[in-house]
Structures are given as C-alpha cells and as structure tokens.
Ligand binder design. Structure first.
Ligand code: FE
Length: 347
C-alpha cells in the first residue's frame, strides 16, 4: 500500500511537471504474427513503464496504412517480417533514420537498410529465418534436394509443394536466387519449379509440410520456424508428420541457405521517436534476442546470444552456412522477379 501511494504521488508529480502521461506510450504497427511475442512486449513495459499500443496487420497492410495516414500517423515503431518489405518502406520514405550506437554495435551490416545518405539507418533486422526444404524420406533422397537449383530439375517432376510465388517469403527467396544466379538462369529455374509442382500453390508453409506428410507431394519449401513449431509439438499427428520428413538446408556446398529477416524501423512521423528507438534497442538486448529463438524459433542476429531451442539445434545440426548477400538487394530484385513469375505462370 505504501509503495502504491508513493507511485501515485510520483505519477502526480510527473503529470504536474512538463512530462504528460501521453509521452510514456509507444504505438507499434506489427506484422509479427506470433503469440509468443506477448512476453517480449510485456517485458519492455515492465522495464521502462512505457505502455505499448499495438496494431496488427501484414507487411503490405502496414505499409499501405502508413501511406494513407501520412503525417497524421500515430505509428512509432514498424515491425515487418520480410527484408523486401522493409526495403520498400525505406524507399517509399515511410521510415526515419535511426542513430543508435547500441543498434550499430549489435546488428550485422548486411542485415540493415542502407540509408547512407540519410544520416542514419532506416531499419534493422532483429531475427533471421532460413527458407529450407523438407522431403518425404520414403521416396526422395537428400541428394535430390540439397540445393534450390535441384528443386527445378526434371528428377523432381510432380513432387514439389510450395506456397504462392507472390508471397513475400517466396519473392524474397527468388530475389536472392536472382542475385546468385543472374536474371536469365533464375527465370529458367522458376519455370522448372512450376513444371515440378505436385499441385497449384495454395496455403501457407505449414500446409506444404503437411501435404508432404499426407503424401500429396514429396518436397516442400518452408520457413524454419514453422517447422520448429511442429518439431516442438506434442500432438501425435505432428509427431507423425515429423517422423516422415527429411530436412535440408539447401546450398551448403555453394552460396548458402537463403535467410530472410524480421526487422524494425521508426516511423517517419513518429510522435514518440525516443521511445521507438528505446524499443528497438531493447529488441537487440541479449534477453530479447534469446526470446526470438526460444519463443518463436528464430535465430538471433546479435553475436554471442545463448539460445535454448532444441528444435533449431536439431534441424540445423547446430549451425549452417547462410548466404551473405546484403538483405536489401533482395528488395531491389523484386520487380524483376514478379515479372518473371508472370511470364512462367507461377501464381
Ligand atoms: Fe510467417
């Protein structure tokens, strides 16, 4: 009771002085569709007293909303789950440059927006997810699917399940492949994927994995955290699914497995920019970084963060070779990739 009174007294003093209560809030527009993030937000509020208001949508919905709201937008922090969408937000001028030594120190260069002329960094990646391949161990050899290129080879005809080509996770994978293979070879490769499909694209990544377990196809492409969810599940049907699957991190003997990011930015017209930077700095702390792994099965981006996720360890054998291209080039390649998809009929 005594402490409560002190807290109330302090609050009264703060309200009476120059700091209105409204300054201690933070408005986040988030595309992170993961229930385990609730603890991440709650811990920030507990540590700082800053109350979080959240608007949830997908990447495209958030960018459209920011544009429509313009200078009146209440958004402070933008959290997106795809490098190309972060890049799009950057070039459309929806973010403001961030100057932060903790972020500069913690986040690797290739996992940030460039913004060199802006006097700061437009966005930072805070976690990574690999886009990998699972296959039916009964009918497919690991060597048949150990590279993205192999998925398009005739030996895999009629085997492939993959979600829509226009989904950001695939657009970014294809944008990365274009960076590695060049434009001409990438279009041939995309045509090969279409030729090898067991069915027209439908559903999300988890649906592709389950389609392999159901025998509808023999190979699927998925983000690692969806697979990790199934690996950590106690449900008998999920255990049965996993028992049937082999897992490949493609291109270990060449340019490495494609890795996408989830990242954050400060909104161009943020009303609470200092709190926004504080929140992003919090996401780079060891505790928050570990939470990305332990809660949502993503890899932390900061070095030396100890994670405690057996599924991530098991699927990757502890570590894997990931591609090293700057994630911002993935965004730059998207328009060309979308044109190729139209040409080869990958919907
Ligand atoms: Fe997702």
């Amino acid at each position: 009771m005594f402490f409560k009174q002190i807290a109330l007294a302090c609050a009264t003093v703060m309200a009476a002085s120059a700091a209105p209560a409204a300054e201690q809030t933070l408005n986040i527009y988030s595309a992170r569709h993961y229930p385990t993030d609730e603890a991440l937000y709650a811990n920030f509020t507990k540590a700082t007293g800053i109350r979080i208001n959240r608007v949830d949508s997908d990447d495209a919905g958030i960018l459209a909303r920011l544009k429509a709201e313009g200078t009146a937008s209440p958004a402070d922090v933008i959290l997106l789950v795809d490098a190309a969408r972060l890049w799009k937000g950057e070039i459309e001028g929806l973010f403001q440059p961030i100057k932060s030594k903790p972020l500069d120190d913690a986040i690797p260069q290739q996992l940030r927006g460039k913004g060199a002329t802006e006097g700061g960094t437009p966005w930072f990646g805070f976690s990574t997810r690999a886009r990998i391949v699972v296959y039916d161990k009964a009918t497919v050899q690991k060597a048949d699917v150990d590279s993205y290129e192999a998925l398009a080879e005739p030996k895999n005809k009629g085997r492939l399940c993959i979600r829509s080509g226009s989904h950001p996770y695939n657009l970014s994978l294809f944008g990365a492949v274009m960076e590695h293979l060049g434009e001409a070879r990438t279009q041939v490769w995309l045509k090969g994927l279409v030729d090898n499909m067991a069915r027209s694209p439908k559903g999300g990544d988890t649906d592709q994995i389950k389609a392999v377990a159901a025998g509808e196809c023999a190979i699927a492409v998925t983000n690692t955290y969806y697979l990790a969810r199934l690996m950590r599940s106690d449900k008998p049907e999920d255990k049965a699914t996993m028992a049937r699957l082999g897992i490949v991190f493609p291109n270990q003997s060449s340019w490495g497995t494609h890795v996408n990011i989830a990242g954050g930015a400060v909104a161009r017209y943020a009303k609470n920019p200092a709190n926004a930077v504080k929140f992003l700095e919090y996401l780079a702390t060891p505790a928050a970084q570990a939470h990305f792994a332990d809660g949502n099965n993503e890899w932390p981006v900061a070095k030396g963060v100890k994670i405690n996720n057996e599924a991530l360890q098991a699927m990757s054998g502890g570590s894997f070779k990931s591609e090293t291209i700057p994630v911002s080039v993935i965004g730059m390649n998207q328009i060309k990739v979308q044109q190729m998809l139209d040409r080869v009929g990958f919907r």
